[in-house]
Design a protein around this ligand. Structure first.
Ligand code: DQA
Length: 144
């Protein structure tokens, strides 16, 4: 299986961005970890990041059209982007929402996800490990 790991705004700055919240691993490190675990699980993983809502929406259309499973960290878009929610709703393969931090333990505005209801499931609060757990969840969801 091909798998897209899609990241929203500010996640390209992992490692230097609020390391107390998001950890010390750089974005390059995240890409490496996802690719390596993906290989182990028999996936061909492609990791992307963008600060641009339109680009992220376009990637979700691509995933829908190609029936490509997705691991999605919508970042701040999680909390207010109905456009992203509507794009994710068109999915034809599993889509796992991930968060590095636990949004429910943070500010009130992070307690709502407009994406969660159209995801297969959500994994949050395990640091970069949330992505590894999401890839493993996909491996269980997908027939060989
Ligand atoms: C995040 C949580 C969001 O609230 C925040 O806007 C992010 C990252 C996370 O991975 O913990 O940018 O999605």
């Amino acid at each position: 299986h091909r798998v897209l790991v899609l990241n929203g705004p500010n996640l390209g700055r992992l490692g230097s961005r609020e390391p107390d919240v998001y950890g010390a691993t750089s974005y390059a490190g995240l890409v490496e970890q996802c690719t390596a675990l993906g290989k182990e699980l028999g996936f061909e993983v492609e990791v992307r990041e963008t600060n641009d809502e339109a680009e992220l929406v376009g990637w979700l259309h691509e995933a829908a059209d190609g029936s490509i499973p997705v691991v999605l960290n919508p970042a701040a878009f999680t909390h207010y982007s109905y456009a992203l929610r509507d794009a994710a709703a068109q999915r034809t393969a599993p889509l796992i929402e991930v968060h590095i931090s636990n949004p429910y333990a943070r500010e009130e505005f992070r307690h709502t996800s407009v994406v969660a209801a159209v995801a297969s499931g959500t994994i949050a609060g395990f640091g970069i490990g949330s992505y590894r757990l999401a890839l493993r969840a996909l491996a269980e969801q997908l027939p060989d």
